[in-house]
Write a protein that binds this ligand. Sequence first.
Ligand SMILES: CC(C)(COP(=O)(O)OP(=O)(O)OC[C@H]1O[C@@H](n2cnc3c(N)ncnc32)[C@H](O)[C@@H]1OP(=O)(O)O)[C@@H](O)C(=O)NCCC(=O)NCCS
Length: 137
Amino acid sequence: MTPEQMGQLHLATRNKVRAWSAQEYYTLINDPMATLFARENGFALGRVVQDEAELLMIIVQPNQQSRGFGRAYLSEFEVECRKRGAKNCLLEVAANNEAAKSLYYSSGYEKTGIRKSYYHLDNNQRLDALILNKILV
Ligand SMILES: CC(C)(COP(=O)(O)OP(=O)(O)OC[C@H]1O[C@@H](n2cnc3c(N)ncnc32)[C@H](O)[C@@H]1OP(=O)(O)O)[C@@H](O)C(=O)NCCC(=O)NCCS
């Protein structure tokens, strides 16, 4: 999947939070610490720094959602992070993103904190981010 396709997918699935551009995806995936699992209908992108992984974004194409792809891509991402030495994985999720929260909680992630008013929405409102963590080893 190209950075352009990743940016388009992000745009198509965003919920009032700015989508990352193709240029931003290009920079992220070319970081030596990047970990990317990508297929035609979605991707899981993050990075591993020493023994800590961070999931930056996971997206499944809208007409392919709720068919198990998201869970599979998250799992493949974690496998790759473990191979690269990660012992835990952190992520941020918008407090109102019920599908993503459900995926993460049912995959073993636990809430460790809140970033108040972290996301800026189109309508000038703010939204909290939940910080979740999973022990990988
Ligand atoms: C979050 C996302 C990646 C999940 O991918 P998916 O392929 O739809 O998920 P799966 O089919 O693998 O389902 C995994 C779990 O997610 C949850 N889930 C998926 N769709 C859901 C929905 N519409 N409502 C509530 N929970 C949902 C369920 O817990 C599900 O487990 P179950 O099937 O055992 O009930 C997908 O919804 C998406 O791309 N959303 C837009 C981008 C986004 O918000 N990414 C997260 C950024 S933090």
